[in-house]
Design a protein around this ligand. Structure first.
Ligand code: ATP
Ligand code: PAF
Length: 297
């Protein structure tokens, strides 16, 4: 941890991408480095821009999200594990919050990378990624998003834990379009704290992983995700309505975990028909698969 005084104002900005989990299995451990999820998700070109500022004029650590002061526990944990000095963290998100897009993981990663740059801490990515993962796990805001976000693409998390210790694989893909419709919020920590849900998630997640590895393609990822959604009982009726409406048009869609949102990686581009179906249910968001990862901007 650095402990030099910050006399002059130091600032830096980083971007971290969104990650939608299609299916997952929870692996509980006391050690947050070992705790996490296995499963598969897709990284998007949308995400969170985070600016950090340290200096004499900042007298306590404050987190702002889209201009509003928030508790921001996960980002705060990142700051506290990297410096003793107060820091202003300002995240601007072009993805919805608490909707299954991994905004908290993106905010944690952006905070870690920007702070490293602003304070010249000279940490490598391995350490920064692990700091973000540990902050997510400690605050119950995510288990596997950070691991996906640091790699990009369609990422399979074969073993659980912090990015530096897990085994991952990728489903090779073009930067295809991802279509999403947002119906509402769902707090990650509330679902992860529900024992009955966790049991269903783990049984369905194990099965989905087995089926994906038999045929590791983008379309089978969507099929396995949809089966996971149906088997866990996580989906509200409206989510099932969207998935069924897409299916009637020949498109496989699934719930974004953990949010009240539906996503689809259609085979060529987002068919106008799918956009019009999705728009009957809520706000439609269109992204592309992002195959890179974090960047200082
Ligand atoms: N970029 C961010 N910066 C600061 N706080 C954030 C950020 N993103 C989310 N949060 C806060 O983190 C808490 C947990 O969010 P939560 O994990 O439920 O949602 P999420 O990360 O957007 O989506 P997901 O369901 O994929 O995990 C919320 O209180 C939210 O306000
Ligand atoms: C728990 C989770 C679904 C929340 O976004 C995600 O972090 C994951 O895939 O582990």
């Amino acid at each position: 941890m650095q402990s030099e005084s910050v006399d002059d104002t130091q600032t830096a900005r980083a971007f971290a991408p969104a990650h939608i989990t299609g299916f997952f299995q929870i692996h509980d451990q006391n050690d947050p480095m070992k705790k996490g999820s296995t499963g598969c998700g897709v990284v998007l070109d949308g995400g969170v821009y985070t600016t950090v500022t340290a200096g004499k004029e900042i007298d306590n650590t404050k987190i702002f999200l889209n201009g509003e002061k928030v508790a921001g526990h996960t980002s705060k944990t990142v700051v506290e594990s990297m410096t003793e000095y107060p820091v202003k963290v300002e995240s601007i998100s072009d993805i919805p919050i608490e909707c299954g897009f991994g905004a908290s993981g993106a905010g944690a990663l952006g905070t870690a990378y920007a702070l490293n740059h602003a304070l010249s801490l000279e940490y490598t990515s391995t350490r920064l990624n692990d700091i973000a993962h540990v902050a997510e796990v400690r605050n119950g805001s995510g288990l596997g998003d950070v691991a996906g976000q640091v790699h990009g693409g369609i990422l399979v998390r074969m073993t659980p834990g912090a990015p530096s210790i897990i085994q991952t694989d990728q489903i090779p893909t073009r930067e295809r379009e991802v279509c999403c419709v947002v119906l509402g919020k769902l707090s990650t920590s509330s679902v992860l704290g529900d024992k009955y849900m966790v049991k269903n998630i783990n049984a369905a997640g194990k099965e989905a992983m087995k089926k994906l590895m038999q045929k590791p393609t983008a379309s089978n990822f969507m099929l396995c995700s949809r089966e996971f959604t149906m088997n866990t009982g996580l989906a509200e009726d409206k989510i099932i309505d969207v998935i069924e409406a897409a299916e009637n048009a020949g498109v496989i869609a699934s719930q974004a975990m953990l949010g009240n949102a539906v996503f689809s990686v259609p085979s060529v581009t987002c068919a106008p028909e799918l956009v019009s179906i999705f728009s009957e249910f809520g706000e439609v968001l269109r992204f592309r698969i992002r195959t890179g990862s974090i960047r200082i901007v």
